[in-house]
Write a protein of this length. Structure first.
Length: 464
């Protein structure tokens, strides 16, 4: 703890910060509602895709699914669309007859976390010798690789044909700013870059051995996104252990969620405005700091009266990484998350604002305008006008209402899709088809028991 600041001050401010965050809707019950809503939509979307005969699986990631957002953050909905018809091979034994096969190749020019995908025949486990479409590229080594431009090309053409806008950021494409869609392939095996994560020492005893055992089964995704500094960017595919990261986030308790949301609020209203567009600290940087803090801090540090200390620890991690010029990926070796985000001058500016926040013991939180956090913190400390603040009950009702409308709208769309498929099936055949899909597609939730417990508590509070 910083010199000159007594423990009671951090204890009091930790409790005040928790109360303010709960007033903004960051409660265990609302987090559970958010997770249930988006995971239900995830399974429903997959079921409808299967009913249409498409081997597509939908996943929702990001703050909306994790419950790590507030109404004022304006978070978008991140959806990953996985094409499971394509078999991704990490080695020759993974080849499957009769399916499109792509072999992960660690080319000499590939940076950490990136691979090339070599086209393999469907009838024999051998490389193809002739390009099968315009998205196959013959490399200088004579191999034929799948480039990562197909989805971008299709998305842009579809937006143009329908006279709609096209939003593009990294591997995501969308026609609306609120929704981000990423198309990817699924690899059932984790690459070697993840091996050390399973074996390193963990002072905080997290993740547990059970969590690590489950994480090995999740595999990874391959996103159409080359490294920002690569000269062969169009040929590279980025490995994303998104399911493992969601698995880790779902294991967090509400105190960890409070810490992460606080970091994101500082990022949004204090840090990035100071950078003024000259580089950007992202939510994933903040999440990485949370992961390392969760791993390194002992469990007795993650208590309500130590929230300030935990936030300070995360900020100091970010400051140290900024000084070193290297923000390490939590799961994958040798990956620098600052690449393409912050250069040397931008990191110096970031270090300066982080030092200011740390040296002033999180006092800049009082200037956070999102959801009136600053005003809520100052309430009962100074005489401030509070009549414009939305009370906690109204905030929770607003969030619950949004989730209800979102789910109902999506379910109606899925129902329409299902009915369109029913024209060539008898009612009995349709019922059997739906039953088989439902039994094969349970709620995709690695910690379902915790969400169900949370929902039972919420229903009890609401008198359901």
């Amino acid at each position: 703890m910083a010199a000159g600041v007594s423990g009671w001050f951090y204890d009091v401010m930790s409790l005040r910060l928790i109360a303010a965050l709960e007033d903004m809707g960051v409660t265990e019950l609302i987090v559970g509602r958010r997770r249930h809503a988006f995971l239900l939509e995830e399974s429903a979307g997959t079921m409808c895709a299967q009913l249409r005969g498409s081997n597509t699986v939908y996943y929702h990631f990001g703050s909306m699914t994790e419950g790590t957002t507030t109404p004022g953050m304006g978070s978008d909905v991140d959806t990953l669309v996985c094409d499971d018809s394509v078999n991704i091979m990490s080695g020759r034994p993974d080849w499957k007859r009769g399916r499109p096969n792509l072999l992960m190749v660690k080319h000499a020019t590939c940076s950490p976390q990136h691979y090339r995908l070599q086209e393999i025949r469907a009838d024999l486990p051998l490389p193809i010798t002739q390009p099968i479409d315009e998205f196959c590229v013959i490399s200088q080594d004579g191999m034929i690789y799948r480039n990562n431009l197909q989805i971008e090309t299709i998305s842009r053409n579809a937006a143009t044909e329908n006279n709609m806008p096209h939003f593009h950021a990294g591997p995501s494409h969308s026609v609306h700013e609120m929704f981000d869609f990423v198309f990817a392939f699924r690899c059932r095996k984790l690459p070697t870059e993840c091996d050390s994560w399973f074996n390193r020492a963990r002072p905080g005893k997290w993740p547990t051995s059970e969590m690590l055992q489950a994480a090995r089964k999740f595999g990874c995704f391959l996103l159409p996104d080359g490294h920002c500094y690569s000269v062969h960017r169009a040929l590279e595919w980025r490995v994303s252990p998104s399911l493992i990261e969601r698995h880790l986030m779902f294991s967090m308790y509400i105190i960890h969620i409070h810490c992460y949301v606080t970091l994101k609020l500082l990022k949004k209203d204090i840090i990035n405005p100071y950078l003024n567009g000259d580089g950007k600290l992202t939510s994933f940087h903040c999440k990485t700091a949370l992961f390392y803090a969760r791993e390194q801090l002992l469990p007795d540090m993650w208590t309500v009266n130590h929230l300030y200390d935990c936030v300070m620890f995360c900020l100091k991690l970010l400051r140290d990484w900024t000084t070193e010029g290297h923000c390490p990926h939590y799961i994958m070796d040798q990956v620098n998350l600052f690449d393409g985000k912050l250069n040397v001058d931008q990191r110096n500016r970031l270090r300066a604002i982080l030092n200011t926040i740390i040296d002033n013991h999180l006092a800049p939180l009082a200037f956070v305008k999102t959801d009136d956090l600053g005003v809520r913190l100052l309430h009962n400390v100074y005489t401030v006008a509070i009549w414009d603040m939305t009370p906690r009950r109204a905030v929770c009702q607003k969030i619950t209402g949004f989730l209800s409308v979102f789910n109902n709208a999506r379910q109606m769309r899925h129902l329409c899709d299902i009915l369109k498929q029913a024209t060539n099936e008898t009612p009995a055949e349709l019922c059997l088809h739906l039953h088989s899909l439902i039994t094969r597609l349970p709620l995709q939730h690695p910690h379902r028991h915790r969400t169900e417990y949370t929902l039972r508590r919420l229903d009890a509070v609401n008198g359901v």
